[in-house]
Design a protein. Sequence first.
Length: 186
Amino acid sequence: MTVHGLRVAILASLVLATACASDPADRLAVAQQEAARMAPPDRPLSEFRSFTLAPVALAPAVEADPKKVAQVDVLQEKLRVRLQPLLDEWNTTAPSGQGALFIEPTVQQLRIVSGGARFWGGAMAGESIVDLDLRFVERESGREHGRARIVRGSGAMAGGWSVGATDRNLLDYIADIAHEYLRESY
């Protein structure tokens, strides 16, 4: 390969990587659509006086795989960054409500195709999927006030064509959907 050919290949790779980055406006539209189809909790979240985001729990199959646990750590940080400011705002503006609400996320299933697997295997590496269960529990009584199930995947072909960008963006979509669901349920 010539120096010129190498430069063109590098430039094309950078353009492709940039073009496949997730657009926040697109993620917001998807989050609004997904949140709107989920059943709300049995009472508006605005009726509670305080809100706590619990650490992400893991289903046994997820917990048994160290690679999945590492991805859950990334998801937990994305959820914290996306949801905690909203909960902090509610904690300062809703002191007249009754009951403290725990938001308990549990990863039921997780498979994120790695960049290397996507590069070498393309669509043959399969699809990525995240299945997150959000449970709303009143601290004092232990009463469950609802559950929301967020299941999102990035198809194998989309992952192959984007060279893994859709796989990498999946956790951002999950955090955005959770944020929008909470906001709409308030």
